[in-house]
Design a protein around this ligand. Structure first.
Ligand code: 3Y8
Ligand code: NAP
Length: 251
């Protein structure tokens, strides 16, 4: 059967999957939301921007004769993942998630787990700290409730509007990062607390290693719930699923 794949991307693993699909010579499109000004070049033809909710995605699948969808989005992109489950079910298009196992605390990690962004804000209700808030841009407004802290922010693009935090220093940089770079950054700004999403994978893990090496506590935000779907944790698992799909027993 002729495969015509849609990869919902925006992660390191999505880019690696795109390269494997291109190398196999299969037809595929890598989709980004258009969150940042200059997204990385992808190894497959790409499309940028929302689909227009579940119905928009369902129309896209039909109009482009998509045969399989791989959801390789970040674990905090829960809305996209929910929409993919609903649209693929309605359109009867096979869906597979390429997800990353959550990070688990290692020897020497000083983690406080919170359920979500509000939980992280609640954990900051106290005396002024020097916080590395490395969760991007979209959730910053929630932390305006705790203006007493100094915040070291790391954003992909320079902020276009004033920040909701009175004491903040912005680093404009995109990952993946290195533990050495993050350790130097934390030391240079006398950071005493790190706030992180439990992203999984390797691209955001540098700050976790740096915190461990410096003996700093981490507020670790658990990922949001996404509906049950068939999941694998590596590119090889996706390629095997797609190979199987090529047989008469395939999906
Ligand atoms: C637009 C597309 C690749 C992909 C690389 C990964 C790793 C580096 C680490 C810190 C944490 C954070 C953030 C982060 C990382 C990878 C991956 C990952 C975290 C790009 C990219 C897009 C985005 C969107 C952006 C969010 C933001 C989150 C920064 C490309 C560079 C904090 C998540 O300004 C904004 O609106 C930014 C929004 C969603 C979270 C947020 O809520 O602000 N990612 N990141 C994607 C799109 O348009 O669809 O240019 O490559 C991709 C990557 N960012 O191919 O190597 O795989 O996770 N991304 C988090 O994990 O906490 C930074 O600073 O330590
Ligand atoms: P989200 O909240 O789950 O999705 C909100 C809406 O953005 C979706 O309903 C969809 O719009 C659009 N969208 C999201 N991902 C898309 C994609 N890959 N292609 C096309 N449209 C997409 O998403 P998010 O958390 O803002 O993440 C946006 C992108 O950044 C994703 O590609 C994700 O993988 C990447 N990313 C996110 C994080 C994070 O911390 N959230 C970290 C690293 C990378 P419509 O409803 O109009 O279709």
């Amino acid at each position: 059967m002729t495969r015509n794949l849609l990869i919902l991307g925006g992660t390191l693993e999505a880019r690696e999957l795109g390269a494997a699909i291109a190398a196999r010579g299969w037809q595929g499109t890598l989709s980004l939301a258009g969150r940042v000004e200059r997204p990385l070049r992808q190894p497959l033809p790409q499309r940028v921007g929302g689909f227009g909710g579940v119905e928009g995605l369902r129309s896209y699948l039909r109009d482009n004769a998509i045969t399989h969808v791989i959801d390789a989005t970040h674990p905090f992109a829960a809305q996209m993942s929910r929409n993919a489950v609903a649209a693929c079910s309605a359109a009867r298009v096979p869906l597979l998630a390429l997800s990353r196992a959550p990070w688990v605390a290692q020897e020497g990690d000083l983690w406080v787990h919170v359920a979500d962004i509000p939980g992280a804000v609640a954990a900051l209700d106290g005396a002024p700290r020097r916080v590395m808030l490395a969760i991007g841009r979209q959730n910053l407004p929630a932390f305006a409730a705790c203006p007493q802290h100094f915040y070291l922010l790391r954003l992909v693009d320079a902020p276009s509007a004033p920040l909701p935090l009175p004491r903040a220093h912005v680093i404009v940089d995109r990952g993946p990062f290195t533990a050495e770079q993050d350790q130097a950054l934390m030391a240079a700004h006398q950071i005493d607390l790190i706030i992180s999403k439990n992203a999984g994978g390797t691209g955001a893990y540098a700050k976790i290693i740096a915190a461990r090496q410096l003996g700093l506590p981490v507020i670790m935000i658990d990922r949001p719930h996404v509906p049950p779907r068939h999941e694998v944790h590596d590119v090889a698992g996706v390629m095997a699923w797609l190979d199987h799909a090529g047989t008469d027993l395939g999906v």
